[in-house]
Design a protein around this ligand. Structure first.
Ligand code: PFF
Length: 450
């Protein structure tokens, strides 16, 4: 089989995949839903989901990618040459990556804009007037040029990293940015936890309240577990094809899952104690990051500018290592399929996703009259990206892995050709064949009914 490119070491593979996993989802979504659906109670469910379901999906993508040494579509076809239609699951992954990246660029562009606005002092100049901070964000995000400019700057950064290649680009950048991200989040944690009244935020995050853990909360935990680990988009399949042959896939997946979860919890500790201490209400998503937090930072006086800058740089670092994994999946797939050099695929998908991202961005302002199913383009793609595409692609992948791929191939790959013990295998196989597909079906159906 054609040998794909490869990460240089196990550490490199872990850093790159953690880079993909740790993203906007960890920072603006996890802490909020954790508090909303019962704190410690939610956390227990979430931990079960990431370790028992998410990591199984991650391992299945790694196994398929490393075994096949191909990108999505060809990977499925190479492992099941009699039924080439399985390639459609790979195609779904490519489509999913494409739309997720286009949407991710919009929010990453806002983040880049806020790095600029916090460092230049524009955010601080808004003071603690909530109304002014909210309308600043509204004007910024719906305006014609600013979001487009910052989105483009962010996309160019991602392109430059991808053009550097798998080792010199993705791996080396992740090895620098991931420790930086941990450092930044720790600095913010210390600041946040030492503010007066910080305990309330810690309580919001961790104190278990089982009455708040509704069915909706359990579904939110599952959806978040999948999104946060970047599974169901073919991205980890491509990264799997770069994992060195002697790496232990099980250990690698456990490390990635643990790091992703830890950073999500740390993000919560960096954010909510400060939010409560400054007397604000918790929120999630754009409301948290672009309304509540600038207000929190502005109540801290002059040091607030520094912490605001640190926070938005942190968010941008998290976003860029996720965005490059999506662009890499598209680039690698295109160059394998067409036999062209990486630069061609990278440039093509840079242009396409940036153009689509710009369209989504404009759909929040001047193009808001264009609707699909009653939603503006941005909201429509948001719904597709959160409810339909990733769970569907994940379902196809796990059915292929659990029911089509010969068991000997799976064991051979997990045990590195019989050289590693795989004592976890029976539980793993059971989860992969029964539990994960059923859970994904539930998420899909519940999403469609919502
Ligand atoms: N895991 C990322 C986050 O939590 O923000 C989102 C993501 C990145 C999903 C890359 C999928 C992906 F391929």
């Amino acid at each position: 089989m054609a040998q794909q490119k490869s990460f240089s070491s196990n550490l490199g593979a872990i850093m790159a995949a953690v880079g993909s996993a740790v993203g906007l989802g960890n920072i603006w979504r996890f802490p909020y839903i954790c508090g909303k659906y019962g704190g410690g109670a939610f956390l227990i469910v979430y931990l079960c989901f990431v370790f028992l379901l998410g990591s199984v999906l991650m391992m299945s993508e790694f196994v398929i990618g490393r075994r096949a040494q191909h990108t999505p579509i060809k990977a499925f076809q190479a492992l099941c040459p009699k039924h080439k239609a399985w390639g459609l699951v790979g195609l779904l992954g490519i489509i999913t990556s494409f739309f997720i990246l286009s949407q991710y660029l919009v929010i990453s562009g806002w983040t880049t804009g806020y790095v600029w606005n916090s460092i230049s002092g524009t955010l601080a100049s808004l003071g603690t007037d909530s109304g002014a901070i909210s309308s600043f964000f509204k004007e910024f995000s719906t305006s014609q040029w600013d979001p487009v400019l910052f989105l483009s700057v962010f996309a160019v950064l991602a392109l430059v990293i991808i053009l550097g290649g798998v080792q010199k680009g993705i791996e080396n950048v992740s090895k620098v940015l991931m420790p930086l991200l941990v450092l930044l989040v720790l600095v913010l944690c210390v600041r946040s936890l030492t503010l007066p009244g910080a305990g309330k935020g810690v309580e919001y995050l961790f104190s278990p309240d089982f009455t708040k853990l509704t069915g909706e909360g359990v579904l939110a935990a599952l959806g978040q577990a999948l999104f946060s680990l970047s599974v169901g988009m073919g991205v980890l399949l491509v990264y799997g094809s770069y994992i060195p042959v002697n790496d232990n896939i099980f250990k690698t997946a456990m490390w990635i899952t643990a790091c992703d979860t830890l950073i999500a919890v740390l993000a919560g500790l960096a954010i909510f104690p400060a939010v409560f201490s400054c007397g604000f209400e918790p929120a999630g998503g754009p409301g948290l990051v672009f309304h509540v937090l600038p207000n929190v930072f502005n109540t801290m006086g002059t040091t607030g500018t520094i912490f605001a800058s640190i926070f938005f740089v942190l968010l941008m670092v998290a976003a860029i290592t996720s965005a490059i994994s999506l662009l890499e999946a598209l680039t690698a797939w295109f160059s394998e399929h067409t036999g062209t050099r990486r630069v061609v695929g990278a440039l093509l998908f840079f242009v396409l996703t940036t153009a689509l991202g710009i369209l989504f961005s404009l759909s929040l302002g001047s193009l808001s009259h264009i609707k699909i199913a009653g939603l503006c383009l941005f909201d429509f793609v948001d719904r597709m990206n959160s409810i339909y595409l990733p769970p569907l692609c994940a379902l196809g992948t796990i059915i292929f892995f659990g029911w089509v791929l010969p068991e000997e191939d799976v064991k051979d790959e997990l045990s590195n050709h019989g050289t590693l013990k795989i004592g976890y295998y029976r539980l793993f196989r059971f989860l992969a064949r029964y539990v994960v597909p059923v859970a994904l079906l539930v998420v899909l159906v519940a999403g469609m009914l919502s």
